[in-house]
Design a protein. Structure first.
Length: 240
């Protein structure tokens, strides 16, 4: 600390202006805090799956040969047991996974991406953005796709029906996002209304303007209900 000096021995003591910042308005506007890019907060697994969905669609538009191949390899065909199905390049089990990358229209893609981003962000943040958490998210996503398409196959009646879209998987993420929000109660608040909506789709049947794989949606939701607590317990990177 410095001590102010007097101007002379006989005159009054003049300490001068008090120390501190200069008076008056600042010379310019205060610097704004740095803004993080929007996708910095998005879990890597969500971004990877979203890019896969968009990429398959774009390649299908640019390369007709690829579009024919991915449809033959990835479209899931629900049929009664014993029905002969066409040969598929990657075998009969690949469509249980690959159908999530194939969509019927831009609206179909947009709807599923919106649900993926809204629910996947919450689930992915709970799991963590590292390798372990990302692996858990991918496993949950595709496990729900399998439970959805599996229930569709088990319950299907009538002629063989193709099924495409990530709706089976994101239906499971709806349940998972509810669990992250509030445990079993939060899961019920999101999953049960979604199941109810799909039961209404089933009751309307042919009255719907487009066919909806409502059984597959319910199957994916049930998969999310059953699997989410286990996936979070095993793969979450957050400290207990």
């Amino acid at each position: 600390m410095s001590v102010p000096q007097r101007d002379d021995q006989d005159g009054p003591w003049n300490p001068g202006p008090p120390p501190g910042p200069p008076h008056g308005p600042p010379s310019g506007p205060p610097p704004s805090p740095p803004r993080a890019p929007v996708f910095n907060a998005m879990p890597p697994a969500v971004v990877l799956i979203a890019l896969g969905i968009v990429g398959v669609s774009v390649l299908g538009q640019l390369l007709p040969g690829f579009q024919r191949w991915i449809f033959n390899a990835g479209v899931f065909i629900a049929a009664e047991r014993g029905t002969a199905l066409p040969d598929q390049p990657l075998g009969p089990f690949a469509p249980y996974l690959l159908h999530v990358f194939i969509h019927a229209s831009l609206l179909h893609i947009a709807m599923n991406l919106a649900i993926l981003i809204a629910t996947g962000r919450a689930v992915g943040e709970q799991l963590g953005s590292g390798l372990k958490g990302s692996l858990g998210f991918v496993l949950l996503f595709f496990a729900c796709a399998i439970t959805g398409s599996g229930l569709e196959m088990l319950m299907h009646q009538g002629p063989p029906t193709p099924m495409v879209g990530a709706s089976t998987a994101v239906s499971g993420l709806i349940a998972a996002a509810g669990w992250v929000r509030g445990g079993w109660r939060g899961m019920a608040q999101l999953a049960l209304p979604w199941i109810g909506i799909n039961l209404i789709f089933g009751l309307l049947g042919d009255m719907m303007p487009i066919p909806i794989a409502w059984v597959g949606h319910i199957g994916g939701t049930v998969g999310g209900i059953i699997l989410t607590p286990f996936v979070l317990a095993v793969f979450s990177e957050r400290a207990p």
